[in-house]
Structure formats: C-alpha cells, structure tokens
Design a protein around this ligand. Structure first.
Ligand code: G6P
Ligand code: MG
Length: 216
C-alpha cells in the first residue's frame, strides 16, 4: 500500500543541479583545475562539505579546515546568486500536474533533500505548502547515500518504509532510498540509475495510476 511519495529536490522538482555544478566548477577553476559533468554526477545528492572534500581530492589539493569552510561558504554564496532569480516557472515540467493528481488521493507528499537551501528554493518557486513533511539538510546528520533523510521522512509521517516511494535523480539518492527499504523511481537515465526499481525521464504526462500499477 503506497502512503507517501518522498521527492528529492535538486534535479527532480527543480533544475538546480546545474547551478550546483556551475558553482563548484567555478571554485575548482579558481583553484586551477576543472571538474567534468561526469565527475559532477558523483556529487549529486552529496552534502556540501562532502562534495567539497571529493572535489579537493579530485584536484589533489590539501587545505586546512578554515580554508575549506571559506570555500564552502563562497560556493554557497555564488550558488545563492545563481538561484536568486528562480521563480514558479522553474518547476520542472509535469511536477505540478503530478502533485495535483496526488492531492486527489490520500497519498502524502514529502521532501527528502540534503540541501540546506531546500526550503528557501521551495518558497521561491511557490511549492513550500505542497509538502506534508520536509526533511532537508538542516534536519539530518548524514547525507545520501545514507538512508537517514528518507527514513526520517517516513517516521515523521508515521509510516513504514515499505509504504513510501522515493523519487531520485542521483546515484547516491537511489542508494539512500534502497537502503531505507523503499522502492525508488529514478528520474534520468536507466544506465546511470541502474539500482532504481523503475526509471522515467520526468513527470511530463505521467499518469499517477500508471505509475502505481508499475509499482505493484
Ligand atoms: C543536494 C544536491 C547536492 C548538494 C546538496 C547540498 O543533495 O544534489 O548537489 O551539494 O544538496 O546542498 P546545499 O544547498 O546545502 O549546499
Ligand atoms: Mg537530486
């Protein structure tokens, strides 16, 4: 019995993944190296501090804690500049229509994002009130692929993992959902999200009934 859908934010509800990439890439370029889109794929769903660690390792750079804190803060400020222009029109195609279908049922809508900026972004695009529960980077200790963000979503809704379905665009996020004991629908490419139970390319034209029948 499906009782909740838990959505990731970046790359599932809004396309902020490109802004994260742009901001990290600027930082890497300032430090004298580049990061590819392929490498960026491994950062999706990963927390700010862990992303920074991975990028510095990739560029063979060792820094002290104070310098790392400064870089993370600079990256976030640049990211905030990039997202500051976001509006309602930046919601990914089909998301609102899909939410409207869910609202006609008893199925709950939850957010499971590692981002500390999640609420601000939902507010910008006008979706803050659409969620029954919001678990973001301020509420968790471990980023994806740890299952904490989704397990917490289920427990705040007083539901079992088996009653929740996760929507994820990141490899680390799919792993987090599976480790939480949930079925996971990947948003993206089947060859990248090969651990997902089913992969779709987005919500455009998605009928809730079709999706539910695929999960039986
Ligand atoms: C999401 C994104 C990651 C990002 C993380 C932390 O999981 O997929 O790319 O690093 O959130 O985001 P924040 O907004 O807190 O820096
Ligand atoms: Mg994502």
């Amino acid at each position: 019995m499906i009782k909740a859908f838990l959505f990731d934010l970046d790359g599932v509800i809004v396309e902020t993944a490109g802004f994260h990439y742009q901001a990290w890439r600027k930082m890497a370029n300032d430090l004298g190296f580049d990061i590819s889109e392929e490498f960026n794929e491994t950062l999706k769903g990963v927390s700010r501090t862990e992303s920074l660690e991975r990028i510095l390792k990739h560029g063979n750079i060792t820094l002290g804690e104070a310098q790392k804190a400064q870089l993370a803060s600079d990256k976030n400020n640049y990211y905030l500049q990039l997202v500051s222009q976001m509006t309602h029109k930046d919601i990914l195609e089909g998301v609102e229509e899909f939410f409207a279908q869910i609202k006609q049922t008893d199925i709950k809508i939850g957010l499971g994002s590692v981002s500390k900026n999640a609420k601000m972004i939902l507010d910008k695009v006008g979706l803050l009130d659409a969620f029954d529960v919001i678990i973001d980077g301020t509420k968790i200790e471990k980023g994806k692929p740890d299952p904490e963000v989704f397990s917490k979503g289920a427990s705040e809704l007083h539901l079992l993992a088996s009653e929740c379905i996760v929507f994820e665009d990141a490899v680390a996020g799919v792993e987090a959902g599976k480790r939480a004991g949930m079925k996971v629908i990947g948003i993206g490419k089947p060859d990248v999200l090969n651990e997902a139970d089913w992969v779709i390319d987005g919500f455009k034209g998605m009928a809730l009934e079709t999706l539910i029948s695929k999960l039986q």
